[in-house]
Every structure is written in C-alpha cells, then in structure tokens.
Write a protein that binds this ligand. Structure first.
Ligand SMILES: C[S@@+](CC[C@H](N)C(=O)[O-])C[C@H]1O[C@@H](n2cnc3c(N)ncnc32)[C@H](O)[C@@H]1O
Length: 361
C-alpha cells in the first residue's frame, strides 16, 4: 500500500496517559484507545502474558507484532523486559505495511523517554536503515508545525540536523553518528544504572513492510507470543479471517500466547475453527478487554463459557473469509454479508433472550 504522508491519512492526538495516539482518516478508525495508548498496550497485550510465569526462564523469546503502528505493544513489551531484567534473547518480527509509522515510532512522545530511553535506542538502532531510506517522509512528518508537539524535542532537532547535514555524502557514517548521538544523549550520560547489563545485541527486531497476509505466508519459524492489533473487524476485516488465523496457528509454538483486544464472537469463532483454544481477558476492573488464544489449552485460564460459545453459534459468530488471503476488504465484507443473509442461524438477541430465560437471569 502506498503511504504518502502528503495525503494526510493520519492525525496525531494526545491520549489520556499523555502518550501520542493516532486517527486514520481513510479507515475512519483510531489506532489507539483515547484512554491511553501506552496504558492500553500494557493492560490488553502485556499483562495477559503473565511474563514471569510463562517466559522468564526461557533463553529466548520470539514475538510476532502484527500491526505495529507506532509500536506501543512492542514498546510495552520491551519495558516489561527491562523492568524485570530478562536476560535472554528477544526476537521481534514486526508486520506493518506503513513504513512511515514504523520509522517515526522511536521518536514519538510516549511517556517512556525519561524512564526507559533504552527503548527508543533499541528501536532506532533496529530501524536505522529504514529511517535512512524513508528520511524525506520522517523529516516531513516530524517537522510539520502541527506535529512537532508529538515528538521529543531532542529527536526533532537531531532529525533536522541528520536530514540537512549532508547525509547523502556518506550515509553509513551519518547513520552511525545519528545513533551515537541518541546513545549518548539518552543512555550513556543520563541514566547509567538501569542501562547496566543491557545487551543491545540481545534484541533482534525486524520490520516487514508488506500486507501482513503476504508476510505470514512467507514466515516459517515458530513464535512464543503473537500480538494482533488490527483495525476494528467491521472497518477492516482483512486480518480477522479464518484463513489468517490458520496461518497464525501454523506459526504458533506449543505454548504460544496470541492476544488481541477484540471481544467479538466472530473473531473467537474463527480462532477456534483455526485450531486455537480461546479464552477471555479482563482488565483490572474485571471488564472484558480482549481475547487470548493458544494451541495449548492449559495456557487458557478464563475459558469461554456456555454463553460465549452459544453466541459463537449465532449469526453474530459468522466470521470473515478470505480463501487465498488476497481479497480486498470490500470483497470480504460482501461475502460475509451474503453468508449472514443466507444463514438460518438464530440472531444473537434471540439467543440472549432465550439464555436469560433458561437461566433465570
Ligand atoms: C489499530 S492500529 C495498531 C496500532 C499499533 N499497535 C500501535 O501501537 O501504534 C492498526 C495498524 O495496522 C496496520 N495495518 C492494517 N492492515 C494491515 C495489513 N493488512 N498488513 C499490515 N499492516 C496493516 C495499520 O497501518 C495500522 O498501523
């Protein structure tokens, strides 16, 4: 997908926890919760992993971050890793077709700059080549008058210098000095202690800038953690289909945990038919906040109950299809609408009414 920033396809905004959020003008959907982009990532994607119990003793962890955007799930994950001083190797494969977002992600105001500046360093060193390739857009986005407040001033001035000071003369040296600047400003001189013991070569982070459906077909390794943070299914169903979940099932290690914010019965049904055991996620106020899936049933603590499974077998549980993983969103929606129309399944409201009566609720 061609992403020309001049088309103004996204806008920045501050979310309630002071981290930067985005709105997509074409899809008509938010990238992040207005209640806090970073907080949302920590609550919906990181807390459910139960990292200490499930991963701390492993020598390496492989993560698939689908729909990286400006990277809150990866950032929140790295924060956890640094907080608990995990010593193993961390591999993160990033699936995001918008190169602009990935290449600005280390510089966006995300509230981590003072507390965990290492994260920005790890990400900028991982994306250094791509930042260089995309420098025109990165500079355009970061220097736009209305955008400046959403970036750390230090990075704005660094990017300006990097962009104007003849990078084209010797890109390799310029890249290294760019990184060197970030290292000394953010890490070396500012917070010595927390950085002690961090081995940056323990982090192998690789972005893939294709449609995630194409990338998953090419991947062959097994992942321990999968984040799925696509736009709302009804707005963009491409990454919520049965066929896409089958690919994720193929890539899941035996104890892999897949997390997503969606509570949709159709999404849960598709995951289940793709071979996952599926469960519910709750936030700290005990409200539903997403879905967890694994090929290992023992991993799932809050299993779907009779009510959730019942809903999956109503019209609300009809899921999206994308046989060859190449259909457009409109084609997927048209096929879904037809299936729903032709279906003789009861509606979710009929089911809920009957369920409440039968269970004296
Ligand atoms: C809800 S936002 C994710 C927000 C993100 N996790 C963050 O922390 O900023 C969805 C993201 O998915 C990307 N996306 C949507 N469809 C995609 C596809 N088929 N392949 C790859 N990326 C896709 C969009 O560009 C957008 O950045």
């Amino acid at each position: 997908m061609k992403m020309d920033y001049k088309d103004n396809y996204f806008n920045f905004t501050f979310t309630a926890d002071k981290s930067t959020g985005l709105y997509n003008n074409i899809v008509g959907d938010v990238y992040h919760s207005i209640y806090g982009a970073l907080e949302e990532a920590e609550e919906k994607f990181i807390a459910p992993l139960d990292f200490i119990n499930n991963y701390y003793s492993k020598p390496e962890i492989r993560v698939l971050d689908i729909c990286y955007g400006i990277g809150y799930n990866t950032k929140a994950f790295l924060k956890k890793i640094l907080q608990i001083k995990y010593k193993g190797k961390v591999y993160i494969d990033i699936l995001e077709y918008d190169k602009n977002l990935v290449t600005i992600s280390p510089f966006v105001k995300d509230t981590l700059f003072k507390t965990y500046p290492e994260i920005s360093y790890i990400l900028s060193s991982s994306f250094l080549e791509q930042i260089y390739e995309n420098r025109n857009n990165v500079n355009l986005i970061m220097s736009a008058k209305n955008n400046k407040k959403f970036f750390e001033p230090f990075y704005c001035s660094l990017m300006e210098k990097y962009y104007y000071l003849g990078y084209s003369y010797n890109p390799k040296t310029k890249n290294n000095s760019f990184l060197h600047n970030i290292y000394y400003h953010c890490i070396s001189s500012r917070i010595k202690k927390p950085f002690n013991g961090l081995k940056t070569n323990n982090f192998i982070i690789k972005p893939y800038f294709l449609d995630a459906r194409r990338t998953v077909k090419q991947l062959s390794g097994k992942y321990d953690i999968i984040f799925l943070d696509a736009f709302t299914p009804s707005k963009l169903p491409t990454l919520w289909t049965l066929e896409f979940f089958k690919e994720l099932n193929r890539l899941a290690s035996q104890n892999c945990i897949l997390v997503t914010y969606s509570n949709s019965s159709a999404v849960r049904h598709a995951m289940s038919d793709a071979g996952f055991s599926v469960g519910k996620l709750f936030d700290k106020n005990k409200r539903h906040c997403g879905t967890i899936a694994s090929v290992n049933d023992n991993i799932i603590k809050n299993k779907l109950n009779e009510y959730d499974i019942g809903l999956m077998h109503t019209k609300a549980g009809i899921y999206y299809r994308d046989n060859a993983l190449i259909s457009t969103a409109d084609e997927i929606i048209a096929q879904y609408k037809k299936e729903k129309l032709d279906s003789s399944l009861q509606s979710s409201s009929q089911f809920i009414k009957k369920y409440k009566m039968e269970n004296n609720l």
